[in-house]
Design a binder for this molecule. Structure first.
Ligand code: SF4
Ligand code: SF4
Length: 197
């Protein structure tokens, strides 16, 4: 997520996104003007670890989770945090991504942002004349073109296959294939109790 006007990260969110109205709860307290990195926080809290696709993988549910946080100094009893490494480098997510956004070094988030928005020909909402005048038409539709922050932002306006939400999140039109194959792989490896089968 963006922090204090930094426009260089998080390609999923509109460039106008800011925490404009953050104010301290009491004099002398810091303003809540930063956003938690949910993935890092989930990992630190011992819920799982990040895979090559960048998502937190948990033994019980793979990657299909939403994390919700309450920050408190209340004395709480904790259970044992997950220890170990969930991603075994199987490479299923690398093969599954239609936009070739994942490699053994991790995920290229700009590349992902373009194909998440449906630039690959497998997008069921794509019409036959999509990008027909673009000289790189074929490479883009096949997931072969490499995008960086500039070229990704340039192509976003062509990728409005469905309406965006009012807070700027765009619909996922890649089918989240990276997470589906990963979760299948993890479910085969671990039982629902988080124990190796
Ligand atoms: S699919 Fe395999 S390589 Fe990819 S994140 Fe999951 S466990 Fe790691
Ligand atoms: S499958 Fe979709 S969400 Fe996963 S890395 Fe590729 S484009 Fe991004």
């Amino acid at each position: 997520m963006r922090i204090k006007g930094d426009k260089t990260t998080n390609p999923e969110v509109k460039s106008t996104y800011e925490l404009k109205f953050a104010s301290p709860v009491a004099e002398g307290k810091p303003a809540p003007e930063v956003i938690i990195d949910f993935g890092q926080a989930a990992k630190i809290c011992g819920l799982g670890t990040a895979g090559l696709h960048g998502k937190i993988i948990t033994p019980d549910f793979g990657t299909f989770l939403r994390f919700v946080f309450i920050i408190t100094d209340a004395p709480l009893e904790c259970d044992k945090p997950f220890e170990g490494e969930m991603c075994d480098g199987c490479g299923e997510c690398i093969k599954a991504c239609p936009g070739n956004a994942i490699s053994k070094d991790g995920t290229d988030s700009w590349q992902c942002s373009v194909y998440y928005r449906g630039a690959h020909k497998s997008n069921p909402f794509m019409k036959d004349d999509f990008l027909k005048d673009n000289p790189e038409h074929e490479a883009i539709l096949n997931g072969e073109k490499r995008f960086d922050s500039e070229s990704a932002k340039e192509i976003y306006p062509s990728l409005r296959f469905l309406p965006e939400t009012h807070f700027g999140y765009v619909p996922c039109l890649c089918g989240k294939k990276c997470e589906i194959v990963c979760t299948k792989h993890i479910m085969q490896k671990y039982s629902r109790k988080g124990e190796k089968q």
